[in-house]
Ligand binder design. Structure first.
Ligand code: ATP
Length: 955
């Protein structure tokens, strides 16, 4: 709606509103009017909808009423929080002059714009995690990124030469709530496949150098150049414009080189569930959840950062390991440290609030209590015997003077409100003490007066009270009014059962008491502000304490988990070889209650193999195994101990994973396309020091093409990249690659089959598997019997129709597992029941051992079909067996159960369109899925089931 066109006719206040709104076009303007923040025009319409508040109208001088809605100022935080959570910005516009002195409309200004990346309010920050805002720019072929958490004062800066994918990976590390910067960079990021976030993106220009000089020391600025400098400038400029205050806690620049850390792209973080689970994005079930035994909020955030950014420096990793080891071995020291850390408040956020000027007396009291713990912590470290811990605290300024100062000024349990007194300790300010005395005396005088008046009047229930409207009064119940002396009492208020009076003497004393109290409150407030301002000049000192506390907390957390879970210290090496003896998946193990986790060995080296091609049934534990290797490498490189009997971990520059579908996050791209794009990035960026993990490579397309791609990719990883890789596949035919690729070895997940039962042993053994047990797994998952039987039936048909051998990359039929004695029995029973024209157990050697060959099954079906040529259901079955129906999309809503749907047939083998019921179509769809999961086997018992099924149909 175009409201501005009537500008000239609007009232001065609305004109003022519109003028101010021009400066914050992308934010809701909360316009202060008395006790309310009002919104007008389109803001009002949208806010009423988003906040579910009443939309009203107001005359404003135009031809129509102006849409308006408002929220009470004392409850505004809740409404602001709701808008911020939805990704909006809110500009707070206050009256900036006293209405009593204003000529015309009271002057108003935007005092702060709250945005998703700049919230400071606890309610919206919601817990201990970071809330980052990022600035991204491009300069001279480099991308620069600066990310800050205003609530904690952290500021990180780095840059990348010319690859937007690297910038996107970095942005994803911070998971920012808001991004600003160069428009073209924002657009490029948004187009990236792993973008998938809905946060405000604001194109923003840098401003002058003054801001930089105001915030950072010259030493720091000397290290800040090019795209990094510009990114910091853009960020500061945006923060200044929106926050409109100096940011005294944003003075430490953490500049880092990307090559200091292992690269983990978005999908790898997600697939490995480093900080949240794939399923419901919760922390529980992630690596962070497992390793987080931190006691402080700073520790929790730092641990997350360490997990997000595993180290690449041997020295730094070993230093962390040494600290963890010292605490791992000394349980008493660890417990003492945990006890001292536990009561420490979130120092970083307290510092943020002091800087913002919204820390209250409780916050400063919490700061004091926290600082009181630091000397003991430092003492524990210096006596630990661990050089790393000793070094950490050797030059620590534990800010005892600040704690003492707070202690001198503030009472022990100060109130929340700053404007009601009761904050300042007695003895700190003599004038305040005098006022307090005067106030206390006055109250004593009041108590005496009450006593005296009761005596004088004989009214026992006469009492002195106070309210804000009438001040102090004498209250007498109506029944006793007659006992009051004439003239001395002046009536002020009549209640249902009582009258309230004042006397000249009472009014005089009241003036003195109230004056003293008002002065006291003002004086206490200004003393409090002095204290807060003093602390504001010491924020960097406090931030350094916070950093040490956070680091200690992470060390004890890693040590605690490592000790509880029986982890071992890995040997970190600069070479190539990776060796894990008896490795375990840390999270799966921790979540398993009754069954033990089966440990497995991993050896990827130049001597034996650098690539393992893992085959084996569904559900056997392939993904778990591959993820466990990646997690062990990450844990090792953050300095943690690892779930294994022993481990040698080479410094790994990047872990690349391609596991499962991620298409929920990617608009407009197919799963297969995403997989291929990821593989492309891997081929471009993986080095010989990388670890590549690919689960079910090439599964998203036709079997032959998928297998061809898988082989080509494996050959490329083997020949051109030379990195360590774990690849799982259901294309068992790829096993032959071990003959042509010298560094590739086959491994499989062992299973034990007995009759109908398949037991997953979870043990990785050498050699290739020959079956996937897909239908068996589907059965375990509880798919209807009818589908399972039908799937086995179709599978068998497929087995018979496959060409014998179609070249190196064409699928071949896997051998069938050996059948047990019960299976032989089943075969015999089938022969008897169906009166089959052949002997199920005697077709060849295999049959003699009870294995039902495809030819045998085929013959069995034919015999049955011939016997029942006139039977309609059987005829349909045969027809279905002969025709391969490729169904692209099922007209879900158009067909009711039993209704007939016409489908086109794509396979050449199918001569004419088939007519199927919706039920059949559903069934086929599921079967098709099972088939693409590679269902290439059948046990005799299952064959028996199939025959029974046919028997039913013939009836
Ligand atoms: N080593 C192990 N010890 C104990 N249980 C395990 C082990 N490995 C896996 N499991 C259990 O088996 C389940 C299936 O494992 P996983 O998903 O790794 O199998 P998979 O072979 O990758 O299956 P699919 O091919 O169907 O994806 C896991 O959820 C886990 O509970």
């Amino acid at each position: 709606m175009k409201w501005g066109s009537q500008l000239a006719t609007y009232t001065p206040m609305i004109q003022q509103y519109l003028e101010i709104k021009k400066g914050v076009p992308d934010a809701f303007l909360f316009f202060r009017l008395g006790d309310f923040y009002e919104m007008f025009f389109d803001d009002a319409i949208q806010a009423a909808r988003e906040l579910e508040i009443t939309l009203t109208g107001r005359e404003g001088g135009g031809t129509e009423k102006i849409p308006m809605c408002g929220v009470p100022y004392h409850a505004a935080d809740n409404y602001i929080a709701r808008l911020i959570e939805k990704g909006y910005k809110v500009a707070i516009c206050e009256q900036v002059e006293d209405p009593a002195h204003a000529k015309g409309v009271v002057r108003r200004e935007v005092v702060r714009t709250i945005t998703p990346g700049t919230v400071m309010e606890e309610k919206t920050l919601n817990g201990k995690g970071n809330n980052f805002i990022g600035a991204v720019v491009e300069q001279a072929g480099n991308y620069g990124i600066a990310c800050s958490d205003l609530s904690t004062g952290e500021l990180y800066v780095t840059s990348f030469p010319g690859a937007i994918a690297s910038l996107l990976d970095e942005v994803n590390v911070y998971n920012p709530a808001e991004l600003v910067g160069d428009q073209h960079v924002l657009t490029q990021l948004q187009e990236g496949s792993s973008w998938g976030r809905n946060v405000p993106l604001t194109s923003w220009e840098e401003c002058g150098e003054e801001l930089l000089e105001q915030q950072f020391s010259q030493d720091q600025l000397d290290q800040l150049s090019g795209a990094r400098r510009r990114a910091v400038k853009v960020l500061l400029c945006y923060l200044e414009d929106t926050q409109k205050r100096s940011l005294k806690h944003l003075t430490i620049l953490n500049i880092y080189e990307p090559k200091q850390f292992m690269v983990l792209d978005y999908y790898t973080r997600r697939n490995l569930e480093l900080t949240e689970t794939v399923r419901d994005r919760s922390k529980k079930g992630s690596l962070l959840w497992l390793l987080d035994r931190t006691q402080t909020a700073m520790g929790t955030r730092l641990l997350r950062r360490w997990i997000d950014k595993p180290l690449l420096s041997l020295k730094e990793i070993q230093e962390r390991q040494d600290a963890v080891e010292a605490l791992y071995k000394n349980m008493i020291l660890r417990d003492d440290m945990r006890r001292e850390l536990q009561p420490i408040y979130d120092l970083e956020r307290l510092v943020g609030r002091i800087s913002y000027g919204n820390a209250n007396a409780k916050d400063l009291h919490a700061l004091k209590l926290s600082l009181r713990r630091v000397p003991t912590l430092a003492e524990l470290c210096s006596q630990s015997g661990a050089p790393v811990l000793e070094r950490l605290v050797s030059k620590l300024d534990n800010c005892e003077d600040l704690a003492d100062y707070i202690d001198t000024v503030l009472v022990d349990d100060p109130p929340l409100s700053l404007r009601e007194g009761g904050l300042i300790r007695a003895g700190y300010d003599s004038y305040l003490d005098q006022l307090r005395e005067a106030s206390a005396n006055g109250k004593r005088w009041l108590a005496d007066l009450e006593h005296r008046e009761r005596e004088a009047t004989g009214i026992k229930n006469l009492k002195i009270g106070f309210n804000k409207v009438f001040g102090y009064y004498l209250e007498v119940s109506k029944a006793n009014i007659g006992s009051l002396p004439e003239g001395r009492y002046e009536r002020k208020q009549t209640l249902a059962n009582a009258e309230r009076y004042v006397t000249t003497e009472l009014k005089e004393k009241e003036r003195l008491i109230l004056e003293a109290e008002e002065k006291m409150v003002d004086l206490e407030y200004s003393r409090f502000l002095e204290l807060r301002d003093y602390l504001m000049d010491h924020l960097t000192r406090l931030q350094k304490v916070a950093a040490v506390v956070a680091e200690l907390d992470v060390y004890q957390s890693l040590a605690q988990v490592s000790a509880e879970q029986r982890y071992v210290k890995p040997r970190i090496a600069e070479g190539y070889d990776l060796h894990i003896e008896e490795g375990r998946h840390p999270v799966v193990e921790a979540m398993m209650d009754d069954v033990p986790f089966i440990a497995n060995r991993t050896a990827l080296n130049t001597e034996e193999q650098s690539i393992l091609l893992i085959t084996g049934p569904n559900m056997a534990g392939k993904s778990t195994y591959m993820r466990q290797v990646a997690l062990i490498v990450i844990m090792a490189q953050i300095g943690c101990f690892v779930p294994a009997q022993s481990a040698t971990i080479p410094l790994t520059d990047r872990i690349f994973t391609r596991i499962g579908a991620a298409d929920d996050l990617i608009g407009g791209q197919s799963t297969f396309m995403v997989e291929m794009k990821d593989i492309q990035i891997m081929t471009e960026q993986a080095t010989a020091s990388s670890l590549v993990i690919i689960d079910e490579l090439g599964r998203g397309t036709s079997t032959a093409e998928g297998m061809a791609i898988a082989q080509a990719v494996i050959e490329y990883v083997h020949g051109s990249i030379g990195c360590k890789a774990l690849v799982s596949t259901h294309f068992h035919e790829l096993a032959h690659l071990s003959e042509s690729l010298s560094s590739l070895a086959n491994a499989r997940m062992a299973v034990e089959e007995s009759g109908e039962q398949v037991t997953f042993l979870r043990k990785l053994v050498p050699g290739a598997a020959d079956t996937s047990y897909g239908i068996y797994c589907a059965q375990l998952a509880g798919l209807p019997d009818m589908i399972i039987k039908r799937a086995y039936h179709l599978l068998d048909s497929e087995l018979q129709n496959k060409p014998a051998a179609a070249g190196a990359v064409m699928p071949q039929l896997p051998a069938r597992p050996e059948a047990s004695a019960s299976a032989v029995q089943a075969g015999e029973q089938a022969e008897e029941e169906f009166d089959l024209p052949f002997d199920l157990g005697e077709t060849d050697d295999q049959a003699a051992r009870g294995v039902m060959k495809p030819q045998v099954m085929q013959a069995a079906y034919e015999a049955l079909h011939n016997r029942s040529a006139s039977s309609a259901p059987a005829a349909t079955l045969v027809k279905e067996q002969e025709q391969e129906i490729v169904q692209e999309s099922l007209p879900e809503e158009s067909a009711t159960p039993g209704e007939v749907v016409q489908l086109s047939i794509f396979e050449e083998a199918a001569p004419a369109p088939a007519v199927k019921t919706k039920h059949q179509l559903h069934e086929e769809q599921v079967i098709k899925q099972l088939k693409t999961a590679d269902l290439f086997n059948m046990t005799p018992m299952q064959a028996m089931n199939l025959l029974n099924d046919l028997k039913q149909k013939l009836k």
